[in-house]
Design a protein around this ligand. Structure first.
Ligand code: PLP
Length: 364
């Protein structure tokens, strides 16, 4: 007789990117390039670090549970009201909170197959029904297929744009067609973790769409372009009633004092964001072309990472060969891509190191 509910018994824990220190310890190497978790290769904003040092002096005090300054700063930047913003311990917590707060037993969480695994985990760990629609052409969200999976039990839809792990994106006109078909009682959570990297024509203006679709919840993070993954800070923009319900469910102090300070300062550091964007715009083509030259199928990406498929090369084996050469990437067999690696765009030196390691590992 298991001591946990069956949906916990069968849950597969999330597998994070391997930390640098762990790889160095296990393989007796140094100078490891971590290209496994889509972090900002340039590090945190220096302004955020300065703010953290200052805030740390008050670490004996609980943080402001309402994150007043951070929510105000976000609202100012986004042109929304502070009560339309809520923050959490990474956008991953927002994903969990949306399921916890809104999805009743018997109701369904719907998304695309092969997308960010946190949506599935959030539903499964509460025993909620999880429904997914196939991708099109192997790597692309198919909003029409997702629409066809809407049922009277659907309560929450997750859409990642750009998607992780593929890096692909869909257009605003496709999203509008989808939103028009969704009943108003169904929440649509649009996960824009990589929005700051996007330059594709026809990409959504989610802040404008929110005004037309009150059931739209936009999720964003400080973990990617802001370079603050280690502080755990994410936020959502939604109508106040939605945030109000989430506030009842979340832990009272779900974002730390230092994370809040870092977030406010990072929002004011436009230069750091610009540098992060410029690096990815310059290096993503370099990395992608290098990967293609090594025989990979490289999926078009609007994120700070690319998905590279090496036909005939089991993902785990290639991943381990690269680890021994001091490069950590992310095999994505668990997502349904058994021969692919998701590779974060690093600094030029890291990308060169990655390509050199691949050349060696592939025997080219
Ligand atoms: C699409 C997407 N959403 C959410 C997250 C979670 O990020 P965090 O919890 O660090 O904000 C990630 C992280 O990789 C992601 O790729």
């Amino acid at each position: 007789m298991p001591i946990v509910p069956p949906y916990v018994e069968t849950l597969m824990p999330y597998v994070p990117g391997k930390p640098i220190e762990e790889v160095e310890r296990e393989y007796g190497i140094s100078n490891v390039a971590k290209l496994a978790s889509n972090e900002n290769a340039l590090g945190p904003s220096p302004r955020a670090l300065a703010a953290v040092r200052e805030a740390a002096a008050g670490a004996h005090l609980y943080p402001d549970g309402s994150a007043y300054h951070l929510r105000n700063a976000l609202a100012g930047k986004l042109g929304v009201k502070p009560e339309e913003v809520f923050v959490a311990n990474g956008s991953n917590e927002i994903i969990d909170l949306l399921v916890e707060t809104f999805v009743l037993p018997g109701e369904e969480v719907l998304t695309s197959a092969r997308t960010f695994i946190a949506y599935k985990l959030a539903a499964q760990k509460l025993g909620r029904t999880f429904v997914e629609a196939p991708m099109k052409d192997g790597y692309w969200y198919d909003l029409d297929a997702i629409r066809q999976k809407l049922s009277p039990r659907t309560k929450l839809v997750f859409l990642a744009n750009p998607d992780n792990p593929t890096g692909t994106w869909f257009l605003e006109k496709e999203l509008v067609r989808f939103l028009d078909a969704v009943p108003p009682g169904v929440l649509v959570a649009l996960d824009e973790a990589y929005v700051e990297y996007v330059d594709a024509a026809g990409y959504q203006d989610s802040m404008a769409l929110r005004r037309r679709y009150p059931n739209l919840v936009v999720i964003r993070t400080f973990s990617k372009i802001y370079g603050l993954a280690g502080f755990r800070l994410g936020y959502a923009i939604a109508r106040p009633e939605i945030g109000g319900y989430v506030e009842r469910v979340r832990m009272p102090f779900n974002t730390s004092l230092v994370a809040q300070a870092a977030g406010v300062a990072a929002l004011g550091d436009a230069e750091h964001v610009q540098r992060g964007r410029a690096l990815v715009q310059a290096e993503r083509p370099f990395l992608s072309e290098g990967l293609a030259a090594l025989g990979a199928t490289v999926v078009p990406s609007q994120g700070n990472f690319v998905l590279a498929d090496f036909p005939g090369r089991p993902g785990k084996e290639l991943f381990e060969a690269l680890l021994r050469l001091g490069v950590v990437v992310r095999p994505v067999g668990g997502y349904g891509f058994p021969t692919a690696q998701r590779i974060t765009v690093g600094t030029h030196a890291e990308n060169e190191k990655c390509l050199a390691a691949l050349r060696k590992a592939l025997g080219k």
